[in-house]
Design a protein around this ligand. Structure first.
Ligand SMILES: NC(=O)c1ccc[n+]([C@@H]2O[C@H](COP(=O)([O-])OP(=O)(O)OC[C@H]3O[C@@H](n4cnc5c(N)ncnc54)[C@H](O)[C@@H]3O)[C@@H](O)[C@H]2O)c1
Ligand SMILES: O=C(O)[C@@H]1CCCCN1
Length: 318
């Protein structure tokens, strides 16, 4: 008879996930994904159920990595209009790939938040000018925070500019970041001369224009994960070198790519594998819509550490 699955909370996820370890493991997974069958990653484009009546969406994201022996499915609800609840709610179901049994249900809000910032950090490591000093964050919610933390693993910033639709949320984040943070009154002001721009908003029409972006800047375009939503204007997409997390997923979900009809130069995994160049001296965009394999690898690290700790606690009770 199978055992009851463990429940691992968001607090535990945050304690157990080491960001540097996760960065290495997501970088490897993105590379494996872009190797196709040879990489051993199985990840269909997620299933999305629109809940139009309530302005929400439900996404189902299964993934398997044979080299990591890790199998999991994330169920994620995103409701941009939520006020008292987070706009994203998620659970990761971790299964034993050898027999299919359910090992754990892991909080997916924390995993989504952390792994998305780390995936952008992997792209930034390859695509941004190594002397980047000014970071602009457009949006000041969960992802703005996780991106600041993840990008800070690569370097420290002289200035962190923040713009959000609600000034109060930008002010709150600026206080958390400290003296390098500056609240801006417009997207244009935030991105002027910025070396790295990260758009993490719920905008559905373009908010970032080509004429405001410094040539050679790197942009992580993280929001706009529906085919009719966008954050970046068409000219910016067309005139930059565009990288993405998954061509398959972006061709179905990324409004910034679909509506601008821009070329996609490479998946970031192809850069990691040395098959495509990192043209960091040009203006680069990393368009992500989020990949199940990132959740799978995060869940594997969390689950293994959680089980190790349980074993230690039972062998050496306090
Ligand atoms: N690519 C991925 O892997 C991935 C993963 C998770 C979330 N996302 C996306 O990232 C975005 C941010 O997610 P989150 O969890 O931080 O959400 P959140 O609700 O915590 O924060 C959203 C922030 O954007 C601001 N905002 C909303 N509309 C705006 C606009 N038009 N202009 C400027 N700011 C605006 C809000 O004030 C808020 O500060 C969403 O679009 C989400 O779907 C992408
Ligand atoms: O990959 C994710 O987890 C998120 C879910 C919500 C929409 C954007 N991408």
């Amino acid at each position: 008879m199978s055992q009851a699955p463990k429940y691992i909370s968001g607090e535990e996820v945050e304690k157990l996930l080491d960001l540097k370890e996760l960065l290495n493991s997501i970088e490897t997974a993105l590379g494996n994904y872009s190797k196709g069958k040879d990489g051993g990653v199985v990840q269909p484009v997620r299933l999305v159920v629109p809940i139009e009546k309530h302005h929400g969406h439900l996404g189902v994201m299964p993934g398997y990595s044979s080299s990591d022996e890790a199998l999991a499915t994330k169920i994620v609800a995103f409701y941009p209009e939520n006020k008292d609840l987070p706009t994203h709610q998620a659970w990761v179901l971790m299964q034993d790939p050898t027999n299919g049994s359910l090992n754990a249900i892991i909080d997916g809000v924390s995993i989504t938040s952390i792994r998305t910032g780390i995936a952008s950090a992997v792209a930034t490591k390859h695509l941004a000018n190594p002397n980047s000093r000014i970071l602009a964050l457009i949006g000041a919610g969960v992802q703005a925070r996780s991106h600041f933390k993840a990008l800070s693993l690569l370097q420290s910033f002289d200035e962190v500019r923040i713009f959000s639709r609600t000034r109060a949320s930008a002010q709150k984040l600026a206080k958390e970041i400290g003296k390098t943070a500056k609240v801006c009154s417009s997207v244009e002001e935030a991105v002027e001369d910025a070396d790295i721009i990260t758009t993490v908003s719920f905008a559905t029409t373009p908010i970032l224009k080509a004429e405001w972006v410094k040539p050679g800047a790197h942009i992580n375009a993280v929001g706009a994960c529906r085919p009719d939503w966008r954050e970046l204007e068409s000219r910016l997409m067309q005139e930059s070198v565009v990288y993405c997390d998954s061509r398959d997923a972006c061709s179905q979900e990324a409004g910034d790519i679909i509506l601008s009809e821009c070329d996609v130069f490479a998946e970031i995994g192809e850069v990691i594998n040395g098959e495509k160049q990192a043209l960091w001296e040009k203006t680069t965009i990393f368009k992500s819509v989020g990949m199940a394999i990132e959740d799978v690898l995060s869940a594997k690290i969390v689950y293994e550490k959680y089980m190790h700790q349980l074993k230690q606690d039972s062998e050496y009770p306090a």
